[in-house]
Design a protein around this ligand. Structure first.
Ligand code: ARG
Length: 483
């Protein structure tokens, strides 16, 4: 199995020395060039200050490429041994932060190759046989993203577990369900929470599906047309744990669909968490008071001593805009590009990296924040009793007694108007008075008008009845344990 560097807690070093030698001793790209690249251009075109993040994946890819080259007798076994030794040392230098990154060497690939050659001589220069930075960078990004997807899938699971743990305690905690932010019908707090579990369930499925298209090997495509060496791409795929190779060399070096797809998945996850955040903010407002968020997720005000602000959910809502922006950036990056590789593609990394980082931090903090919520059932109940939340139950009661639904709807509308004028709930109206709206009403109506009765009656899969929500939670637990 390939090492999961993100999961191992690896921190990317940030020491960029500008002091190292340029690629060629004369300071030019190659003998083809009459003068060195201008300093400003060098800074403009370099990517090392962000793509160093790919270093360990680049090394992983080089190990597999070199191994295949040796197995196919394209390089000598001794060269392979030297390359392996050099790469192992570079890996240590990168992990410890000692590796001296050079802007003169443009990107992560050239930095590592130059260091390898310094360490092991000619064998280092042979590593790039049959390879181009075009297929190399596409491979590195896929290795990086596959690892990120696996980490994120675990984080989604732990957030789902936090939601289930909270929901479990509240299958009988009644709150108003809203449409148009107006009180609609009573539901349980658990039922409301489980809606977010479902969104995250789809998000997890989407990531698994996206992973299939991330997990394809570009190496072997070389610059764009393939290579004249007798390479074995399937062997490299096997060594790196890729499911298959990219089947067209031009597509292999130019495709970034997988990055767009991933960012779309990420944008949707953030969008779900942004909606959740909006509710948490609302619920925590003293005007609503349904919940409290633990102090460690809130901040105070520099001027108003009484304030406790829900900064974390607000920032999640804000950062969603940033991830959605990355999606648009990546789509726009690709839309005008002719085949095959173009330097434009270097611009794929920052949006992608920032998407992974933002989503990782958000999911991590969210799971803890949900676990730290204090629920205020009395406030929820009070709100559910305020908005004639059981009016539909009264209409359904009349329908079950034979009244056509539209007539029942009208009868209840008149009853609600009556209650409103009197300033009371439907359940406070006496039986005799209720019978003015329909002679079908009998004294079993009061059970129907109660919040508990309303919940219990929605007793089918997907409904808010406590036993149904309990069953949904149990199904979710089984699913999480087996997925
Ligand atoms: N730094 C480059 C990138 O991120 C690597 C590929 C460079 N290839 C090239 N033909 N200039 O895309």
């Amino acid at each position: 199995m390939p090492v999961n560097y993100l999961a191992s807690g690896f921190k990317h070093p940030t020491n960029f020395g500008l002091e190292m030698a340029s690629i060629q001793d004369k300071g030019t790209w190659s003998g083809r060039f009459a003068e060195p690249v201008a300093e400003l251009v060098k800074r403009y075109t370099a990517s090392v200050d962000f793509d160093h993040k790919l270093a360990l994946f680049d090394i992983q890819g080089s190990h597999a490429h070199a191994q295949m080259l040796a197995e196919c007798s394209i390089i000598a076994m001794q060269d392979l041994a030297d390359i392996q030794r050099g790469l192992a040392q570079i890996e240590q230098e990168v992990i410890s932060g000692e590796f001296a990154w050079s802007l003169d060497l443009e990107d992560v690939h050239l930095n590592i190759e130059k260091r390898l050659t310094t360490l092991v001589g000619d064998a280092g220069k042979r590593l790039h046989t049959g390879r181009s930075r075009n297929d190399q960078v596409a491979t590195d990004i896929r290795l990086y993203l596959r690892s990120a997807v696996d980490d994120l899938s675990k984080l989604i699971k732990s957030l789902q577990t936090s939601i289930l743990d909270l929901a479990e305690q509240h299958t009988r905690t009644i709150m108003p369900g809203f449409t148009h932010l107006q009180v609609a019908q009573p539901i349980s707090f658990a039922h409301h929470l489980m809606a977010y579990y479902e969104m995250l369930k789809r998000d997890a499925e989407r990531l698994i599906d996206c992973r299939k298209r991330v997990n394809r090997l570009p190496l072997g495509a070389a610059a764009l047309a393939g290579t004249s060496y007798p390479i074995k791409r399937e062997r490299v795929a096997e060594l790196l744990g890729f499911e298959a190779v990219c089947e067209n060399s031009l597509d292999a070096v130019s495709d970034r669909d997988f990055a767009i797809e991933f960012t779309a998945c990420a944008a949707l996850i953030m969008t779900h968490l942004s909606r959740f955040s909006e509710e948490l903010i609302l619920w925590m407002s003293p005007m609503v008071g349904f919940i409290d968020i633990a102090d460690r997720f809130c901040t105070g005000s520099s001027i108003m001593p009484q304030k406790k602000n829900p900064d974390v959910p607000e920032l999640v809502r804000g950062k969603t805009g940033r991830v959605n922006g990355h999606l648009v950036a990546l789509l726009t990056l690709m839309k005008g590009q002719p085949l095959a590789y173009n330097k434009d593609n270097q611009e794929d990394k920052e949006p992608l990296f920032d998407t992974v980082d933002t989503l990782t931090q958000t999911l991590r903090i969210y799971a803890d924040m949900i676990a730290g919520i204090t629920v205020k059932p009395e406030a929820m109940r009070r709100a559910a009793l305020q908005g004639y939340a059981t009016a539909t139950d009264l209409a359904d009661y009349l329908v079950k007694k034979g009244l056509p639904f539209r007539d029942a709807h009208e009868a209840v509308a008149l009853a609600v108007r009556f209650a409103e004028q009197r300033g009371c709930d439907l359940s406070d109206i006496s039986l005799v008075e209720l019978q003015n709206f329909s002679a079908l009403i009998e004294d079993d109506i009061y059970q129907v008008l109660s919040l508990e009765g309303s919940l219990a009656s929605r007793n089918h899969i997907g409904g808010t009845a406590p036993n149904q929500v309990q069953a949904a939670i149990a199904r979710a637990r089984t699913r999480l344990a087996t997925s």
